[in-house]
Design a protein around this ligand. Structure first.
Ligand code: GTP
Ligand code: MG
Ligand code: NA
Length: 343
């Protein structure tokens, strides 16, 4: 119904895959930013997040020749995860929060160790995902077709290039089969019967239009129930961080509900529950990364789904990966403190 469409929250999409498959670069391509080149050693070492308002997605889609009809979700919250083997905990945290995922596979390497690890995390949580088969521009002799739908770009390639593509694609499809999964190109056969592969280039932009389109179509058509907004706060601490001028802060993903400045909250601490009051609610600007230093937007209140930086007293012993609870006047504080420490 109209009512339920209006109360949908933004889907949360997690990007996962092996180190250097191009996860951050793909996001840069979509945002029009350059976060990846600012990373130490070009390696993502913490979870990042970007909010794409529906309107921005539409504009961005138009620039790359996709016409997206009216969006029913307020936007898309995208979580970038590290692919380096040292960061399994962050991949696990990220994948635990998302409604859908993009699994990035390097076309030149096929499935790698952390691709399979990510795959298993998604399988274990029954999370649907789209495969971005990235770096198609690295096929020998590839002719760049900037921001073009992949199918069209492939048609314009020489025969050898097409052959090499299909050979590599088939290897990847076989590797997925070995993991027990049916995959195919998104434009072949019935999209609903398997996991869809979108070949992409984060550098030259082929395939990016469909990636955006598929994400949005998918979330609007198949997830209404899961995405129906609820007032019940569901909020998870991603990281505990010191920020110059702000002190200890926590970065949270607000999956559902509303947070207000001045709300009393309970978070799991090292030894005991932390009961404190939200001093400020901060977000990066739309289409920007929370990890990148810059100005924050201040909010009196904020509605799910969002990625929020919270400042409050006493957060130094907060533990990442746990839930954040809001205490309303009628709530039983002792019960909430106990629940918080169970995490
Ligand atoms: P981690 O977060 O460290 O796991 O890596 P990542 O998956 O985010 O990969 P990243 O975006 O850091 O890209 C790794 C390297 O691959 C960088 O040098 C990118 O410029 C390059 N790269 C990413 N995507 C593409 C692509 O589509 N084509 C080409 N040619 N290079 C790419
Ligand atoms: Mg990265
Ligand atoms: Na990298």
């Amino acid at each position: 119904s109209k009512q339920s469409e209006e109360s949908l929250r933004s889907p949360i999409c997690c990007i996962m895959g092996h180190v250097d498959a191009g996860k951050t670069k793909l996001l840069d391509r979509i945002r029009g930013t350059n976060v990846q080149e600012g990373e130490a050693g070009g390696i993502t070492q913490q979870v990042g997040a970007t909010f794409f308002p529906a309107e921005n997605i539409r504009e961005r889609a138009k620039e790359i020749n996709v016409d997206i009809a009216k969006l029913k979700v307020p936007g898309l919250l995208v979580i970038d995860t590290p692919g380096h083997e040292a960061f399994t905990n962050m991949r696990s945290r990220g994948s635990g929060l998302c409604d859908i995922a993009i699994l990035v596979v390097d076309l030149m390497h096929g499935l790698e160790r952390q691709t399979i690890e990510s795959l298993n995390l998604l399988k274990s949580r029954n999370t649907d995902f789209i495969v971005a088969l990235n770096k198609v521009d690295r096929l020998y002799g590839w002719k760049t077709c900037r921001n073009t739908r992949f199918k069209e770009a492939l048609e314009r390639q020489a025969k050898d290039v097409k052959n090499e593509f299909y050979m590599r694609l088939n290897q990847v499809i076989t590797q997925f089969k070995e993991q027990g999964l049916n995959t195919d190109l998104y434009y072949e056969g019935n999209m609903r019967e398997r996991y869809n592969i979108v070949p992409t280039s984060a550098i030259t932009g082929e395939g990016i239009p469909e990636l955006l389109w598929l994400l949005l179509q998918w979330s609007q058509k198949t997830m209404v129930e899961k995405l129906t907004y609820s007032d019940q706060v569901q909020c998870n601490v991603l990281e505990v961080k010191v920020v110059e001028g702000l002190g200890k802060t926590i970065d949270v993903v607000l999956v559902n509900g509303v947070l207000h400045e001045g709300d009393q909250i309970v978070v799991c601490g090292n030894e005991e529950p932390i009961v404190t009051t939200i001093r400020s609610l901060l977000t990066p600007h739309p289409m920007k990364e929370l990890r990148v230093k810059g100005t924050y937007l201040h909010h009196k209140e904020i509605k799910a789904a969002q990625f929020v930086k919270i400042t409050a007293q006493g957060l130094e012993h907060a533990i990442a990966g746990t839930s954040l609870y809001v205490v309303r006047p009628q709530d039983d504080l002792e019960g909430i403190k106990e629940a918080a420490m169970q995490d």
